[in-house]
Design a protein around this ligand. Structure first.
Ligand SMILES: [Zn+2]
Length: 174
């Protein structure tokens, strides 16, 4: 079949050439198809990224408009969400603090810390409710402690803030 097609398309050429170089020719065509596919894929990817970016900008603008129309309502929603997922905001603010102090930033699995510390405050030893979760640097950042999973412990918010910065905890757990 392929030979017939080749002969029809190239009546002036010897079909023996095609027969002799069939694999090579097919491979060349295959590569060309793949190249075309890769190029189209790249274009699709670029379009997709651009669409995502546009959507993000639109979302941000809608958010701003919503906030402007009723700031107190939005603040209330944010407060509730922060109470429901205390790890998220804390993780963010602690990373920021660590960056500002130029401390070593490790990959931190906050859920693993909570499990490791068995949901107990590592300062007073009592069980902690989710809304009271706080993560304390065992060796404070100000004393060169790392912002790392090993150097963080689960504590009550109140216990954490009463300890004060710059003091070492009574016990260091790893
Ligand atoms: Zn406590």
């Amino acid at each position: 079949m392929a030979v017939e097609r080749y002969k029809a398309k190239h009546p002036d050429k010897d079909h023996l050439y095609y027969v002799a170089h069939r694999d090579e020719i097919r491979e060349r065509r295959r590569l060309k198809r793949l190249e075309g596919e890769a190029e189209r894929q790249k274009v699709r990817e670029q379009k997709h990224q651009a669409a995502l970016e546009r959507r993000k900008i639109a979302q941000r603008e809608r958010g701003r408009a919503r906030y402007a129309s009723n700031p107190n309502h939005i603040k209330e929603i944010n407060r509730k969400s922060a109470n429901k997922h205390p790890e998220t905001g804390l993780a963010c603010s602690q990373r920021k603090r660590a960056r500002m102090r130029n401390a070593t930033i490790g990959v931190i699995d906050y859920k693993a810390i909570i499990e490791r510390d068995k949901k107990r405050c590592q300062i007073c030893g009592k069980q902690i409710r989710k809304v009271d979760y706080s993560f304390d640097h065992i060796i404070p950042l100000s004393l060169g402690g790392a912002h790392s999973q090993e150097n963080l412990q689960l504590t009550h918010r109140s216990c954490n803030s009463s300890r004060g910065a710059g003091r070492l905890p009574a016990q260091i757990r790893f």
